[in-house]
Write a protein that binds this ligand. Structure first.
Ligand code: ADP
Ligand code: MG
Length: 210
């Protein structure tokens, strides 16, 4: 995967950590500054992603093997139809969840995170930057309950999220940047922008009104 020209930025972390808010904020910021940005997410809105989403709120959770298979099929479709073409066109992709979530969530159910990582990295592009907003699982569950006025779904129970969180904490690699998810929305975005500038030697001065 060395022939790509674009940038793949992945946002990962537990539910309620602020990933989607951050991914959207960063995409807006980079777009405003003239970058050619694509904001995307997994599970996707495609056939396999939809089946996964339906299962999240269902009474009966899929088996681990069924979940793993659907995530892999969904990712294959996502990578082939969107990520690879966009990277080869030089776009900046911001992806809300990717294979690190499969490592963490299916790992917390008993799969081997290293094995999942190896299987994904054999076929799919490794990110240039992996942003992980870190929030203690208890606070994440409170955010889901209080702010989102929602009941935690199958993936969001505290004991399970604590296991998920431990797997995220053990992810290493020179593309990893952890951020303090307890910062306010704007501050957190500011930290992500600083990381972007440092990593890609790209100073994001706002020139839109000059
Ligand atoms: P995730 O995608 O990680 O599940 P969201 O971005 O959906 O998280 O955020 C979960 C909830 O927390 C939302 O109601 C959102 O408005 C709020 N939120 C997001 N980021 C922050 C933050 N930095 N500080 C406080 N609340 C936040
Ligand atoms: Mg989200």
């Amino acid at each position: 995967m060395n022939n790509k020209k674009g940038i793949l930025i992945v946002v990962e972390g537990i539910d309620g950590a602020g990933k989607s808010t951050l991914a959207k904020g960063l995409a807006n910021k980079l777009t405003t500054l003239g970058k050619d940005v694509i904001l995307t997410f997994e599970p996707t809105a495609g056939q396999y992603g939809r089946r996964l989403r339906e299962s999240f709120t269902s009474e009966k959770r899929l088996t681990l093997d069924e979940e793993l298979e659907l995530f892999m099929l969904d990712r294959k479709e996502h990578v082939e139809s969107l990520l690879i073409p966009a990277l080869s066109k030089g776009k900046v992709i911001i992806c809300d969840r990717y294979y690190f979530s499969t490592m963490a969530y299916q790992g917390a159910r008993g799969a081997d995170p290293q094995d999942i990582q190896a299987r994904n990295e054999a076929f799919y592009p490794v990110p240039d930057l992996l942003l992980i907003p870190v929030l203690p699982a208890r606070e994440a569950v409170n955010r889901i309950r209080i702010i989102r006025k929602d009941r935690p779904n199958n993936f969001e129970q505290l004991a399970y999220l604590e296991k998920v969180s431990m797997i995220f904490d053990n992810i290493t690699g020179d593309y990893v940047e952890r951020l303090d998810a307890r910062l306010g929305i704007e501050e957190l975005l500011g930290e992500a922008v600083k990381v972007y500038e440092k990593r890609f030697c790209d100073c994001l001065k706002d020139t839109s009104n000059q």
